[in-house]
Design a binder for this molecule. Structure first.
Ligand SMILES: [Fe+2]
Ligand SMILES: [Fe+2]
Length: 170
């Protein structure tokens, strides 16, 4: 089925659209797992996922790209729905970067019954590390938004570590 696309409403903030399309996801008890697991620096997986969804919507709005708003918000919010702490020293976590898009997708199908468009967005969000390129504009927006947000969180975490080391030495 062809996605229904339109310009995002300039009167709606990213937070409005996330609440409008993802209320069931945000109310799910599994968000508690995402809130406890760190993604980058000091940012939890839940904070990262919300920030990526907001960034994907912002990019679509600012660049006047017509999108399937529901797929964009839900696929983006669930893109890292892998539900474990990848910092735990489990041997298989070394492959986290390559495996987590598929684990997140399977979990999102099981818990929220996501459609094929959102599934494809989640599976391809780690391109080019995982050599499956995005195939829709929503998937490209997610892939780009994830890299922008992840870079910011990693740099922020790096600065926080330096600042706390300086504090410990003082
Ligand atoms: Fe990811
Ligand atoms: Fe991510």
């Amino acid at each position: 089925m062809k996605p229904q696309r339109s310009q995002t409403s300039p009167d709606s903030t990213p937070a409005d659209l996330i609440n409008q399309h993802c209320a069931d996801i945000l109310a799910s008890p599994t968000m508690g797992i995402e809130a406890r697991c760190i993604q980058h620096g000091t940012t939890s997986v839940l904070e990262h996922s919300v920030a990526v969804a907001a960034m994907a919507i912002t990019l679509a709005t600012r660049c006047h790209i017509a999108v399937d708003e529901q797929a964009l918000t839900r696929g983006s919010l669930l893109h890292d729905y892998f539900l474990y702490d990848w910092h735990d020293p489990e041997p298989w976590h070394r492959l986290h970067g390559f495996r987590h898009p598929f684990i997140a997708c399977d979990n999102a199908i099981r818990d929220f019954g996501i459609g094929t468009h959102e599934q494809s967005m989640i599976r391809t969000h780690m391109f080019p590390l995982v050599p499956l390129p995005p195939t829709t504009r929503e998937a490209w927006l997610l892939c780009i938004a994830d890299k922008i947000v992840a870079t910011g969180e990693t740099v922020e975490g790096f600065h926080d570590r330096i600042a706390s080391r300086k504090e410990a030495r003082a």
